[in-house]
Ligand binder design. Structure first.
Ligand code: FAD
Length: 460
């Protein structure tokens, strides 16, 4: 990058908030995909004015700009694939207000999701979106990816809690979308446009979030089953009678890799596990919990129903569930993790497809995830150094995507498109729809400086 540009950027953020050292560039070069692309400079702005001035320069000079939260994204959203600037949003880390009476929080995008949840709890309030990465990912990254988690089955995803945004556009203009009130229909719903836009339409500098009352009680059940098929059909039956706040599943391979973290030994023949939680008032949870317990015990394929006895047990169950993804590297050094969604009645067909591909292509493939909303994490484990495995893994991914579309699903429930799914965009969206998306991008970012190389297929 030209020295004069670095000088202008330094004037904006101060010398302590810009770096071109190899070490700092390297720290901003990766994300959860394990891929790496070096930027040319990293900046740590701390005010909207600074972000706006940076965008004016990048727009004028045609320099790529990529916003970065915690870099935990799974599809390459935060990767500076065309070099340029990384805007690390770590200094935008203030919870500006929590309005108890109006159940609203105003936060900066660099706030860590788990920190906001803990702060809301102090006011008796609840911010439900709970990606498994909540201890380190940021609200800005969650909004930009449309993140979700286990609680989505009852409470919805990040999108359902974003009331409004402050966004710096590619040319440096600052806009304010949405409202602070519960209702509001003045003009187009630009808030929804920016949610899930993966940093390609603007830099989010402030987020207005909806909070809800904190549930008073929770019960956690672990259900061991004979087969994935029976687990999936039980999911649909449970959801027709109960309103769980979590309904997660793990298949046999996922269970095996975290077995030592579970609070008890798994009986032989356990092929699938459901993790079910109920929340609400103490009385409601006690009565619905007793009913659920009775119901589960008599269901086909159920080997054991265990209600967590204390918080320690709940924590261990969740540590095991959240630990599946990192623990998977004990199977193979590399992972392709796809967060596809199918109608929940189609889960058995998708899992059968993954099992068939694992057999036919001699790969390790396992599934776990949010059974309640059909959002299944299909994990293809491989060693990229083995060219046969690399080719077969890519083939497996394409066949899984094709099956998901056949089953009426979508290619991403929460991780977004980034670079890892951009070539598959046309499998799900028709050309006219993609064209409208391109037109929006072109209008808001005519120079193409905001997070270039993402979402859209790169071959035109
Ligand atoms: C172990 C693990 C578990 C995970 N579990 C889940 C899960 O359960 N559910 C889930 O949804 N995801 C999950 N993820 C993926 C990831 O944590 C989420 O996508 C998260 O929302 C990314 O947040 P981040 O702060 O790390 O963003 P980053 O990875 O830094 O960035 C993600 C995208 O957001 C954009 N962005 C970041 N900040 C801004 C901003 N201020 N303005 C505009 N654009 C911005 C970036 O440019 C990029 O396109 C998991 C990841 C890991 C590693």
């Amino acid at each position: 990058m030209e020295k004069r540009i670095i000088r202008q950027l330094t004037d904006i953020v101060g010398p302590e908030n810009i770096s071109t050292t190899e070490a700092e560039l390297s720290c901003a070069s990766y994300d959860g995909t394990g891929r790496e692309y070096l930027p040319e400079a990293v900046l740590w702005p701390s005010t909207v004015d600074e972000v706006s001035k940076i965008m004016i320069i990048s727009h004028r000079e045609g320099i790529p700009v990529v916003a970065r939260g915690a870099g935990s994204g799974m599809t390459g959203g935060a990767l500076p694939v065309r070099g340029g600037l990384v805007l690390a949003m770590a200094k935008f880390n203030r919870i500006l207000s929590i309005d108890e009476a109006n159940q609203t929080a105003i936060v900066e995008p660099g706030v860590v999701t788990g920190v906001l949840q803990a702060e809301a709890r102090r006011f008796g309030l609840f911010y439900p979106p709970d990606p498994a990465s909540l201890k380190f990912c940021t609200i800005g990254g969650n909004v930009a990816e449309g993140a979700g988690g286990p609680s989505a089955v009852k409470y919805g995803v990040t999108r359902d809690y974003v009331k409004g945004l402050e966004v710096v556009l590619a040319d440096g203009r600052v806009i304010h979308t949405g409202v602070r009130t519960d209702k509001g229909v003045v003009g187009y719903d630009l808030t929804r446009l920016f949610v899930g836009s993966e940093g390609t339409l603007g830099i989010i500098t402030k987020v207005i979030l909806r909070l809800i009352p904190q549930p008073k009680a929770k019960q956690t059940f672990l259900v061991l089953l004979d087969s994935m098929k029976e687990a999936a059909s039980l999911v649909a039956r449970v959801l027709s009678r109960f309103t769980p706040c979590t309904l997660e599943f793990m298949d046999r391979t996922a269970l095996t890799i975290v077995a030592d973290q579970l609070p008890m030994a798994l009986p032989d023949g356990t092929d699938a596990v459901l993790l079910i939680e109920l929340d609400g008032t103490t009385a409601a949870v006690a009565s619905e919990g007793a009913e659920l317990d009775d119901y589960l015990i008599g269901q086909p394929g159920v080997r054991l129903v265990r209600q967590a006895e204390n918080q320690e047990e709940v924590d261990r169950l969740w540590a095991a569930r959240r630990g599946v993804s990192p623990a998977a590297f004990s199977l193979r050094p590399h992972k392709m993790s796809e967060d596809v969604v199918v109608p929940r009645t189609k889960i058995p067909e998708l899992v059968a497809c993954a099992e068939g591909l694992a057999r036919d292509l001699d790969l390790v493939i396992f599934c776990f995830g949010h059974a309640g909303d059909g959002n299944i994490h299909v994990n293809i484990m491989l060693d990229r150094a083995d060219s046969r495995q690399a080719t077969n893994a890519e083939l497996a991914k394409q066949r899984i995507f094709a099956r998901v579309i056949e089953l009426g699903g979508t290619l991403s429930g929460e991780h977004g498109v980034g670079i890892t799914k951009s070539s598959a965009l046309g499998m799900e969206l028709d050309q006219d729809t993609i064209e409208v998306m391109r037109m929006i991008k072109q209008t808001l970012d005519p120079a193409g400086s905001l997070n270039p190389g993402k979402i859209f297929p790169q071959n035109g």
